[in-house]
Design a protein. Structure first.
Length: 426
């Protein structure tokens, strides 16, 4: 029985897609008779949504170690309140490189030493990124303890779409490229979330083409859907968005489309609702429509919900919203929620880059309708089509490819990670 060290900053009881991905890998690897030890952050004082119910899925055989991390988000909240936004930017973009979670490393290294002292037979480690700073623990493993490590990239690092749209100083970017290259060179294998991500990395660092690798997207766990109930039909259409709107993800184009359709009589606002669950700021979500009476009437914004509650909300909805604005490298963005969306069997309104991976998957699965965020007429047309299908009682007529969707099961993905572990140990 091989002993595997799984390192992930995000792990239950922290909530969200990143924690779920790591926990599902651990859960299903343990079911395959791997001996799993986890190193993660101590969650208690972090300003991050919690979902303690996720811990119920963790097998008893899994040993979990946690290390303290000072959470800069508490300080940033104070500085923003004092209107010292420039200081937050300075800390983020010049001082704490590559990310504020870098402050976790001294505490994590102490815990890592204790783990390696007690478990000298660890075969290999899987290090899940982001935050990118966690990858430095992989270097620690290899250089100090001669333990190989696999990089699991949930997101790109220097080429991350959420970073390259921000104004990072050239000196910071150059420094991070050097750090990224060093970690990739030291790794024994690499997990990419998508083919586009793999191509991007190999274009920047051709030497990694020789390393063992696997493309393992996020997915769904069939166990999560057991016991969920389908909502009885009602006279109100419900469009659900599960997750956070942030940075460029501000859905004004959707509000504009809804407003125009309501004004023309194409939709009845008295029987139309948009439900949003996740960590969100209402003024940001509503944007230019924050004082619009119609939009305020139909949009209901709730906070973060446990994963299972979010899944039940998907079952209760009539259609699901996916929102990814176009921009540099956004074709590669593949949010984790898409796979639970697909498994739910609900129609998907995908406002995403039309040539990107999210659009490709939704269309190939036969699950929905795609429009670009800047294509107002396209959004309006797709939304009107979904609404009219609902009115006619035909949303369930969508011909989804269940075999294709089942290919994204967490069980199959854990098997692919296990195969990569075997390759990396040869």
């Amino acid at each position: 029985m091989r002993k595997i060290l799984f390192i992930s900053y995000y792990f239950p009881p922290l909530g969200g897609v990143a924690s779920i991905r790591s926990m599902k890998f651990v859960k299903h690897l343990a079911a395959m008779d791997y001996n799993i030890i986890v190193l993660s952050v101590q969650a208690k004082y972090l300003r991050h949504p919690k979902d303690p119910e996720l811990l119920l899925e963790l097998p008893n055989s899994v040993e979990v170690h946690r290390a303290f991390c000072p959470d800069m988000n508490w300080l940033f909240k104070l500085l923003w309140g004092l209107r010292l936004n420039w200081l937050v930017k300075l800390i983020r973009q010049r001082l704490l490189i590559p990310d504020t979670e870098k402050l976790w490393l001294p505490f994590a290294r102490k815990k890592l030493h204790a783990i390696l002292t007690a478990h000298r037979d660890i075969a290999i480690s899987v290090v899940s990124s982001g935050p990118p700073s966690v990858l430095f623990l992989g270097l620690e493993l290899k250089n100090r303890y001669s333990v190989h490590f696999i990089c699991d990239f949930r997101d790109e690092w220097t080429n991350n779409p959420e970073r390259i749209n921000l104004d990072y100083p050239a000196s910071t970017q150059s420094r991070e490229l050097i750090l990224e290259a060093g970690i990739l060179m030291a790794s024994a294998g690499i997990v990419y979330l998508t083919q586009i991500m793999k191509d991007n990395f190999e274009r920047s660092y051709p030497f990694i083409r020789e390393k063992p690798s696997e493309i393992i997207p996020n997915g769904f766990d069939e166990d999560d859907f057991k016991g969920l109930t389908v909502k009885p039909s009602s006279d109100t259409f419900v469009l659900l968005y599960s997750g956070s709107f942030y940075d460029r993800r501000q859905p004004d184009p959707l509000w504009k489309a809804i407003s125009k359709l309501a004004q023309s009589g194409a939709i009845n606002p008295k029987h139309f609702r948009v439900e949003i669950i996740g960590k969100n700021t209402p003024t940001f979500v509503l944007g230019a429509f924050a004082k619009d009476a119609l939009i305020n009437e139909i949009v209901n914004i709730e906070g973060f919900k446990p994963h299972r509650v979010s899944l039940q909300a998907m079952y209760n909805a009539d259609a699901l919203l996916l929102f990814i604005p176009s921009g540099k490298n956004t074709d590669s963005v593949l949010t984790g929620k898409i796979f639970d969306y697909l498994r739910s069997g609900k129609a998907i309104l995908a406002i995403v880059p039309p040539k990107g991976l999210a659009a490709e998957i939704v269309l190939k699965a036969g699950s929905g309708f795609v429009a670009e965020h800047s294509d107002f007429d396209g959004i309006k047309r797709c939304l009107k089509e979904v609404y009219e299908l609902w009115q006619a009682g035909r949303l369930s007529d969508l011909k989804t490819d269940k075999d294709y969707i089942n290919g994204f099961s967490r069980q199959q993905q854990a098997m692919r990670l296990a195969a990569l572990i075997d390759k990396a140990l040869i």
